[in-house]
Write a protein that binds this ligand. Sequence first.
Ligand SMILES: Cc1cc2nc3c(=O)[nH]c(=O)nc-3n(C[C@H](O)[C@H](O)[C@H](O)COP(=O)(O)O)c2cc1C
Length: 270
Amino acid sequence: MSPPPAHPPALPLIEGMLARRTTNGPFRPDPVSREHQHLLMRVAQAAPSHFNSQPWRFVLVENPQTIAEIARISGESMTELIEAGVFFERYRRYFRFSEAEMEERRDGIHIDHLPGPLRPFTRQVFSDAGLKLMRQLGVPKKLGEDNRKLVAGSPLLLAALLDKSEYRPGELSGFYSVFGLGAAMENIWNAVGALGMGIQFVSTPMEIPRQWRAIQTLLNVPGDLELMAVYRLGYLPAGEKRPSIDWSSRHRKRLSQFVARERWGEPEEE
Ligand SMILES: Cc1cc2nc3c(=O)[nH]c(=O)nc-3n(C[C@H](O)[C@H](O)[C@H](O)COP(=O)(O)O)c2cc1C
């Protein structure tokens, strides 16, 4: 028997996975070729699923009117969530405000890009006074409009759905199907990088049930399917253009922070 192949043939795949990231900025307006769209669907269905059930379903959306409407809903949801303080309240534990904090925790998102007038107040966004100031400065509207533009300017939206005969929350098959969809999405996420594309969740509508229902209606989601997530995709422009309020999240925990050897409590050494 020949020995297993040496590392080099696997390296591009692994390097690609290590370089995978979320795109916060705009895409090029060019349509995503049908060939690339189908390739993304192929890599999605190459994912593992319980008993090969392939519980995932996808809707590829290119119609500019549908994209504009989803963009409007997304931006409006963003404004509503920020305006009411819901977003920061719900997710404050993930926010980091300095490189030092990021370096120590090695998780969460670092708000490292803010317009000048807001910079002195970064840490106060979670206080009532901070929220009031943000409202006075029109931040919720600005964030909503930025988000609307980002989604509206994306040539392709992808809706990920699950077959409800598999997705039964509270039962193991509910967990299995979410796990399978996660694997399918990760394959897509890794593949977009290799195609010169980017991808980002369009998640604000999920936070507001009526807005999520509006998207379900737009996409004609039938009763036997559950709309799980919506993403925006497109080809990446040459230079990275960051939104006016932006974060970075490239840090990852050290081995000792998330891996144990033999039994929990024995942190793995680097
Ligand atoms: C379940 C899930 C939900 C996410 N929700 C959002 C989101 O709402 N908006 C967004 O821009 N990114 C979202 N992300 C992407 C994460 O923010 C991102 O993966 C993380 O910050 C690490 O950054 P990276 O993907 O660039 O490595 C989500 C990722 C997952 C797996």
